[in-house]
Structure formats: C-alpha cells, structure tokens
Design a protein around this ligand. Structure first.
Ligand SMILES: C[S@@+](CC[C@H](N)C(=O)[O-])C[C@H]1O[C@@H](n2cnc3c(N)ncnc32)[C@H](O)[C@@H]1O
Length: 458
C-alpha cells in the first residue's frame, strides 16, 4: 500500500494539533473515500432519496453513490444543496445560539460564496430574522446569488463588500459567521490538488489575513452578539491561535457548544484563553477537515443606531396592486423598485434592508418579482424559485425528466402537450424550475442563459 504524499512538513506541523493521530489520519486519506452528502431544503419538501443522516445535522444525508447532480432537475429547483458533511456542524451551532436569543435577529455570513453556509444558516433561522450574505470577490457573487435564489426565502440580502466596509454597521449583527479563507488542508482528501498550494509560509499568511478579516468585522457584532469562526484547515495557527488572539484583543468570551461524544468531534481549548473549538478529522468523523468555534461579545459596547438610511421611494400603489395577486400573504411584504424591476422583502425587514443598502453594495435583496409592462407582469426567474409565489395565480406546466433537462439546457421542449397560453411556471415533480411563455405554436424558454446546463453528457 502506497501512502498519500502530503506536502513537506505538513504532518510534522500538526504534531501538536489537538486530537491529531498521524497514522490514522494517513490511513483515512489513503483508504476511505470522501462521503457524498446533501442537505435538503426544508422549505421545498420533496421525497428525494435520503440516506443515513449526518449526526449533527437533521437535514444532512450521506448518499451511497454520487449521482449526476447536474442532470437532476430537483437540484436546479433548489430542493437540496450538495455540501460536505462536517460543514453542516455550523447548523448545529447556529441552532444552539438561536435558542439563546429571544427576539428577531440579524445574521451576517461574511465570506459567503458559493453559499453553502448561507443556505444552511437560512434553514436554521426564523422568517423574522434577516440574513446578509456577503462575498468580497465580485466574480464569485453570481454563484452565491444563484444558490440563494434556488433556496427560495425572501429574508436574505446579498452584498459584495470588503470586510472593512462593515465597520459602518456598528453593533448591527446579532450573529456573524466568518468562514475564513484558509490554507485548505481539510480538503486534501476530497481535492488532492489542494496539497500543491500548501506550505507553512501560506499557513502564516492565512493566519494574518484571518486576523485582519476578524478585526475588520468585529465592530459590526452587536453587544451580546455571537461570532462563529470556521476554517477547513487543521493548523493550530489558523484555529486555536486565532481564538487566543480574538480573546486577547477584543471583548469576546468563549461559548461551549454541546456535542454528543459519539459524533467523533474533538473538542479543543486554546492554550492561553482556553477558548473552546471543535475539530473534525476524517479518521474520526464521516466528513472532511473542519474547525469551528463560537465566541460571544460582552454586553458593554456602546453602539450607535444612527445608521445611514435614506429610503425615499414613494409607494406606487397601482403597480403594487398589480403585483399582489402573484404573492402569497401579499400584505406581509414591502414592494420597491430597482431600475425597472419590482422586488419584495418581508415588511419587517424593510428598515434593516434600507440600512444595508445605504451602506453596502447590494447585489440581491429579498425576491426580484419582475417588471410591469402595461397591465402585465414580466416575471423574473427569482420569483419562480421563491417561496412567496402564489402558484394559483399563474399557469403551471409539469415536465417529464427529459423535458425538464431540455428546458434547463434552454433547448426546444419536445412533445409538450398544452393548450394553455401565457407565462407558465415549468415544474418537475411539482417543483418550479423557471418560466416559459406558451405561445400558439411555440414555447419561449426563459430559463436564465447563465444558469443553463452546459454539459452534454447525461
Ligand atoms: C471558505 S470560503 C467560503 C465558503 C462558503 N462560506 C460556503 O460555505 O460556501 C472563503 C470565502 O472567503 C472569500 N475571501 C477571500 N479573501 C477574502 C478576504 N480578504 N476577506 C473576506 N473574504 C475573503 C473567498 O472569496 C471565499 O468565498
């Protein structure tokens, strides 16, 4: 048996990492393949195949095989997200701390693309809560917003900002998740190419960047609010050492998260401040490498509620009345315009969204409904996949699997027997995929070009 070739000094560098067992760790990398896991969307219930449950996440499941997700219409409908099992532990942390807070909360996912943890946080919070999902790298924002669109809720705002911009929102967020960019050793089994990037020097650079990101966002955490910090690195420098630095530099105290011993998670404490952290090793859990920790900000910080918020849009009741039939519980939403398009967000999030959009670069807020031409709504893709759509107000056309794949490729849909005319939701197993316009002798496919299936294999 040949052994996995880890980068030079990698194994030695982990000798003091809590719970690290070089032999078992090497064996797991050589002999046990990465499990395939999905997390189902609780807002889009569907009888999809569910395997064995991920111990720390009620919505996570191990699959026996890796199917072709690209050619599963339910994947495109947002019925589930393909996510590595250890990462789902953030849902367990979020549920625990959500239980400690009574009122509606505002949550920030600071390093959010492609959106795995944003969709996970979205499932762990209430409708009264607001999630802001931020990504610094502009080219990574579309994948984030596409995944949020597919997931469906309307209580999410996506932004494209540098962490330092969040200093403008002092004491604004009750929970901040920093899923930090890291040296990536936790992904070595799943993605062996990641080993080429690893070096001790890079671990140190990552450590410095992690401190910078955390220092930048710290002012945005509310008094008595929570910071969840996670990496997919095994290195102490990127994990426990960062906790020690946080506890020394800022008014933060450790939060111990209850974990079941049988889950195989290693609970650690940092050297100096004894801050709790949770380590995942592939030889101890069915999942990849992860580190996660939770800290709480002391309740003494003086905040300001004097945020920049100049929301001056006057309501256009004629247009809003035209939109309302398309929306379930339509009076619960605030309707506003961006360019020609109408958007809707839960009424209780109007002020918070106003503050966010006056201070940050917003790329998506609530649900984009579409534009109004004459007395008709030209519906947006976001509306089709959202949870707020009133499906009784529009046509619904059910597709076979082959037709659904053709639709998702933006090909012609063959053998579609329909006498109905107008805008229609195209559905597969009753789950909306997007819009098409049914015309007397053809169908116009409005599935977004940039989201279409490109791959030819099926
Ligand atoms: C570990 S990934 C996030 C994965 C994501 N949370 C998920 O679960 O799908 C780290 C993210 O941080 C972003 N990032 C890179 N450099 C950054 C910086 N200096 N400040 C903030 N975010 C950064 C990356 O673009 C990347 O999207």
């Amino acid at each position: 048996m040949s052994s996995t070739r880890f980068p030079a000094n990698f194994i030695e560098s982990l000798n003091y990492a809590p719970g690290f067992d070089a032999e078992r760790f090497g064996f797991a990398h050589q002999n046990s393949p990465s499990p395939t896991t999905i997390r189902i969307n609780p807002y889009k219930p569907h009888a999809i195949y569910k395997g064995v449950q991920v111990p720390w996440c009620a919505e996570g499941f191990y699959l026996e095989q890796r199917p072709s997700f690209t050619f599963d219409p339910l994947f495109h409908a947002g019925c589930y997200y393909v996510q590595e099992a250890s990462s789902m532990f953030i849902a367990h942390m979020m549920q625990y701390i959500r239980g400690e807070m009574d009122d509606a909360i505002k949550v920030l996912d600071l390093c959010a693309a492609p959106g795995g943890k944003s969709t996970l946080l979205s499932s762990a919070i209430n409708n009264d809560d607001l999630l802001v999902a931020n990504e610094i790298i502009k080219t990574r924002v579309p994948i984030l917003t596409d995944n949020l669109t597919k997931w469906g809720p309307s209580n999410i705002v996506a932004t494209n900002n540098d962490p330092k911009d969040f200093a403008r929102l002092k004491n604004f967020f009750d929970v901040v998740l920093v899923d930090a960019p890291c040296s990536g050793s936790g992904m070595f089994r799943k993605d062996p190419d990641a080993m080429n990037e690893w070096s001790e020097a890079n671990v140190n650079l990552c450590h410095q960047r992690q401190e910078r990101i955390l220092a930048d966002v710290y002012p945005a955490i509310a008094s008595e609010g929570y910071l969840i910090y996670s990496t997919c690195s095994y290195s102490v420098a990127e994990n426990e050492a960062v906790l020690d630095w946080l506890c020394t530099e800022f008014d933060l105290e450790t939060v111990r998260i209850p974990v079941n011993k049988e889950w195989g998670i290693v609970e650690t404490q940092s050297d100096v401040n004894k801050a709790y952290g949770y380590r995942f090793y592939p030889d101890k859990v069915q999942g990849e490498g992860l580190f996660a920790a939770c800290l709480r900000k002391a309740g003494t910080t003086q905040g300001t509620s004097n945020y920049k918020n100049k929301n001056t849009q006057k309501p256009d009741y004629k247009s809003i009345d035209l939109l309302k039939p398309y929306i379930k519980d339509a009076d619960n939403y605030y309707y506003f315009k961006v360019g020609d398009d109408w958007l809707a967000i839960d009424r209780m999030h109007k002020d918070a969204m106003g503050i966010v959009s006056n201070n940050l670069y917003v790329k998506k807020s609530g649900v984009r409904l579409g534009s109004i031409a004459g007395r008709d709504l030209i519906p947006d893709h976001e509306l089709a996949l959202s949870l707020l759509i009133n499906r009784d107000a529009v046509l619904n056309t059910e597709l076979t699997r082959e037709q659904a794949i053709a639709y998702l490729r933006r090909d012609n849909i063959l053998d579609l027997d329909t006498t109905q005319k107008g805008w229609s939701l195209m559905t597969f197993e009753n789950q909306p995929l997007g819009w098409a316009k049914l015309l007397p002798n053809r169908i116009n496919n409005y599935y977004p070009k940039e989201m279409r299936i490109m791959s030819q294999a099926n």
